[in-house]
Design a binder for this molecule. Structure first.
Ligand code: MIC
Ligand code: SF4
Length: 642
């Protein structure tokens, strides 16, 4: 039997465990990336591990999330990351240089290599044929130190593409179509391997738009083959030497094959407040639009920006619409300037924002009250834009511009314009002067790490004891995202390296009184529904509950990265044996778990509450059990290194 692409890359990186579906596989990691909102914590954890220099082929620290410096906090964190990177062998992409995933694709991604990044959209690099995973900061710290990255061996779904996209139908519509088909839970425990004849018709940035939004499916990763299109992209980036062709064997096997005919797609739109709430754009024709944003790691490539500029050229944004454009990188922005497309964008009345995440994570440009915002981004969770009652829709750049011009949701095909003729350049403008090299090993000792007063200690995990009595301090429903657990936005993000301060905002979207209640309870338990912790990789969604005394979360099911982050923090993720038992629990109950250690071995525990006996499941690997008993991955790693 032949191998699929995922099996080939995993096979070449397997350092422990097994490739049997469901089994734990330990992978050698070639590259890591961090961004600033998760990076400070990741580097504090790396420092705590006591390793002098990273042991990867390439590690890069990006500054792209916390670029609004409305106080000293973010600036201090940036100086910390810059200095710690210089000292420990990590490349540093300066603020303004661009969004980590876009810059990594342009300058560092290598087909066939493995990448772990402290951001859930790290699989964007799968557009280049890289096997990339989003992870918590601590997992990235371990990978920087040369440790393996552990995944439960996923099943592989193949999406076979046929046909060619028609004018004004885009890669973003492919992402939305697969979300419509599979839902935000449909990728859990799976890697999506894209293939078929249609792949050849998609450029690397288009492929990256598709792998980027695999994160919204809950998928472990997403990947495209590496072919002549990949070679041309790398060559245009001056990196043809990084090219390797990669394809699955002809007789490779998959869990299932889904076929998407590109020629049959139409412009799609994800409605508030979930990325899988997808309908045709035409079905919302005429809906008023207040704001339009183009950018984010999903749609900020030169290709996306050139298309937007071509549509805006000689036209003006409707007076009722406020529009922003954030190019994904300095390379994109300077090339837009060089070819005059920037002038077309600015002349239309759109506002130019920095090459950064910006509005995607509520860092400025929040919509007006109850505003309808059309964004080329990947997430439209409630409140994420910074405006609690905003209605955020996700669309392609073409749909975004068409709607900005008319002031209402508009299928770009209905404008009656000729197809856009946008080509990728034969050579990109390569200037790496804003990516700083680390110090040479012999100089590293003299580099001083600069720590501002905002940087507080990483909370210490507590070993899981054999019995636990704790109050149920919070019960939440299905699809709770990490944006619910630990919201972001311009007011909160500056405290990513200050867990005590951050804890005041925990679950703010669901229940403002939770932090006080949890603190008063001393130790507590949270109950959740299905897909608990979906969305980002932020380990703060585990570290902050840890700080507030949360010892276990009992849910119907968990999102992959969040479950790993809970274990890394020493918090037990437990699932209901019968999801119907969820209804029997209510806030304020005193809950008990006994014989936890034996239960972790058998995979079964009983939650006792008043006269209830609720069976729970806990399928931990040996390593995960050891981490929980050690009180988290940091303690475990320290013990291992001793
Ligand atoms: C996001 O898109 O939610 C973020 C902000 O990029 C997060 C990381 C973070 O919370 O810092 C992610 O996707 O992992
Ligand atoms: Fe940044 Fe948004 Fe991408 Fe997250 S999803 S990395 S906040 S652009």
């Amino acid at each position: 039997m032949g191998l699929n692409l995922v099996q080939k890359i995993i096979g070449a990186h397997l350092v422990g465990g097994s490739m049997e579906p469901g089994a734990e596989a330990a992978l050698r990691i070639d590259q890591t990336l961090t961004q600033d909102a998760t990076g400070t914590m990741a580097y504090l954890e790396f420092e705590a591990m006591g390793i002098d220099r990273v042991r990867t082929e390439r590690s890069v620290a990006y500054i792209d999330h916390n670029t609004l410096q409305s106080g000293f906090e973010n600036a201090d964190d940036h100086r910390y990351i810059q200095s710690v990177a210089r000292k420990h062998g990590i490349w540093f992409s300066r603020p303004g240089n661009g969004i980590c995933h876009q810059v990594h694709l342009e300058r560092f991604g290598v087909p066939g290599k493995t990448l772990v990044g402290s951001d859930s959209h790290t699989p964007t690099a799968g557009g280049l044929g890289m096997l990339a995973f989003g992870a918590g900061g601590l997992d990235v710290a371990v990978a920087m130190g040369g440790g393996a990255y552990y995944i439960n061996m996923p099943k592989v779904i193949k999406v076979e593409l046929t046909g060619t996209l028609r004018p004004f139908v885009t890669a973003k519509d492919v992402s939305l179509e697969i979300l419509r088909l599979l839902s935000v839970k449909g990728g859990v425990g799976r890697i999506i391997e894209w293939g078929g004849e249609g792949v050849k018709t998609l450029s690397v940035p288009e492929r990256a738009t598709i792998t980027n939004m695999g994160a919204e499916l809950g998928a472990t990763s997403s990947i495209f083959p590496s072919d002549e299109v990949t070679r041309a992209f790398l060559k245009a980036q001056g990196r043809e030497r990084d090219y390797t062709p990669l394809a699955p064997d002809a007789d490779a096997e998959y869990e299932r094959v889904i076929t998407i005919d590109l020629s049959a797609l139409e412009p799609l739109i994800a409605c508030p407040h979930m990325p899988d709430n997808v309908v045709p754009v035409s079905s919302l024709k005429g809906t008023r639009v207040d704001q339009v944003c183009i950018g984010s790691c999903t749609n900020s490539s030169l290709y996306d920006m050139l298309k937007a500029a071509a549509l805006l050229k000689g036209r003006t944004v409707a007076p009722s619409v406020s529009m922003s454009v954030s190019p994904g990188s300095r390379q994109v922005l300077t090339m837009l300037a060089d070819c005059g497309a920037l002038t077309d964008i600015l002349s239309s009345g759109a506002r130019l924002l920095e090459c950064a995440c910006g509005p995607c994570i509520g860092m400025g440009f929040s919509p007006n009250s109850g505003g309808v915002s059309l964004r080329t981004f990947n997430r439209n969770f409630e409140g994420r834009s910074g405006t609690r009652d905003a209605m955020v829709y996700l669309v392609s750049p073409e749909t975004a511009v068409a709607s900005a011009l008319t002031g209402e949701i508009t299928d770009p095909r209905s404008l009656g314009l000729p197809p856009l003729e946008v080509q990728l350049p034969a050579a990109f403008r390569v200037d790496d002067s804003t990516i700083l090299a680390p110090a040479q090993p012999e100089e590293a000792g003299q580099v001083e790490v600069l720590r501002g007063p905002n940087i507080k200690a990483v909370p210490e995990g507590r070993p899981v004891e054999d019995s636990l009595t704790a109050a149920l301090t919070l019960k939440v429903g299905d699809n709770i995202t990490t944006d619910h657990i630990m919201p972001a936005g311009s007011k909160i993000l500056p405290y990513r390296s200050n867990v005590p301060k951050l804890s005041q905002f925990c679950f703010e979207v669901c229940d403002k009184s939770f932090p006080e209640r949890a603190k008063a309870a001393g130790q507590s338990l949270i109950v959740g529904g299905a897909n608990y912790g979906q969305g980002s990789s932020r380990e703060h969604a585990a570290l902050v509950p840890l700080y507030l005394g949360v010892r276990a979360v009992v849910a119907k099911s968990f999102a992959r990265i969040h479950a790993a982050n809970l274990i890394n923090a020493g918090i037990m993720p437990l699932t209901f044996a019968d999801p119907a038992d969820y209804d029997k629990l209510s806030e304020g109950m005193q809950l008990q778990l006994h014989g936890i250690h034996a239960g972790m071995d058998s995979g079964e525990l009983t939650l006792e509450a008043e006269d209830l006996r609720i069976p729970l499941r806990c399928a931990f690997t040996q390593r995960q059990k050891a981490i929980l008993k050690a009180g988290g991955l940091l303690n475990y790693t320290r013990e291992e290194n001793r």
